[in-house]
Design a protein around this ligand. Structure first.
Ligand SMILES: [Fe+2]
Ligand SMILES: [Fe+2]
Length: 279
């Protein structure tokens, strides 16, 4: 059962004057990516075909992800009535297919697959929390809070199943860390960049991954505060079985914050963007 419905969002409280133009391209791109949930569910149910309980949970998870996409798309269309959500979605679906043809996990093990899912949910829960915290527009704030709560639950769902598989497969810490790091690095692959392109640029303009990825990331990175990164690091360490208290998480969070700050300053400078915005 979904934890909220489209009707639970107070759409009539939308305030156009508070919808910051900087956040709109990000929401449009996220709306397209979130709607891919069912493609991932099909793949996960092939990888975990003998696990009926997990497959059932994955199907429910996918419907929540699709709802995220629908709700974000609806908000973007309120903020920009000229935006063609369905047209952008069709373009994205025609041009991007997740690399999920395999019958076995592309991460090399079922535990690895679930660690990768934990990383995705770590990223999305941090991102929507950061957006909700920065947001001035009341409908987007409510929506991002609901979505972030779903993403934290999704993390727990995949984490709990991952522990069950790890008890059988016993993947070493170094391997688990590499899988997590690899999945984090995929944030700069085609999916988000191409979604940004389809959601925000005309088809007549050629797609360039580096440019679209930089445009998306430079916008998204502006909303994070140290607390969001700290929590994301804690979730990452937990997923790979490393200590979540003490010196390691403190040092890892400071390093991640330093990296993010450096990266966003560089992107902001290269793209000549404002240093900090509110949504
Ligand atoms: Fe989502
Ligand atoms: Fe999720």
């Amino acid at each position: 059962m979904k934890h909220w419905r489209m009707e639970d969002i107070a759409w009539d409280r939308f305030e156009a004057a508070k919808a910051a133009p900087e956040v709109l391209p990000l929401i449009k791109a996220a709306a397209l990516v979130e709607r891919n949930g069912r493609e991932y569910a099909g793949y996960l149910c092939r990888v975990f075909d003998a696990d009926a309980e997990l497959c059932e949970a994955v199907r429910r998870w996918a419907e929540e992800e699709v709802q995220h996409g629908e709700a974000l798309g609806k908000w973007a269309a309120l903020a920009d009535p000229a935006w063609d959500f369905h047209g952008a979605r069709d373009r994205f679906n025609a041009g991007y297919k997740p690399p999920l043809d395999s019958e076995t996990s592309i991460r090399g093990s079922r535990t690895g697959e679930l660690i990768a899912r934990c990383m995705v949910e770590t990223g999305t829960s941090s991102y929507y929390t950061a957006l909700a915290d920065a947001c001035q527009e009341p409908v987007l704030k409510q929506l991002c809070r609901h979505i972030a709560a779903d993403e934290f639950r999704h993390y727990k769902l995949f984490y709990d199943h991952m522990r069950r598989y790890q008890a059988q497969e016993r993947i070493g810490s170094a391997r688990r860390l590499m899988i997590a790091a690899g999945r984090i690095g995929e944030g700069e692959d085609d999916e988000l960049a191409y979604a940004y392109y389809c959601a925000n640029e005309p088809a007549s303009k050629p797609y360039e991954r580096a440019r679209c990825s930089a445009a998306y990331l430079s916008g998204a990175m502006l909303y994070y505060r140290f607390g969001h990164i700290q929590r994301g690091i804690g979730m990452t360490l937990k997923a790979v079985g490393l200590p979540t208290h003490g010196r390691l998480p403190a040092v890892a969070a400071r390093m991640a914050w330093w990296w993010l700050d450096r990266r966003r300053n560089r992107l902001t400078r290269d793209l000549k963007l404002p240093a900090r915005v509110s949504a």
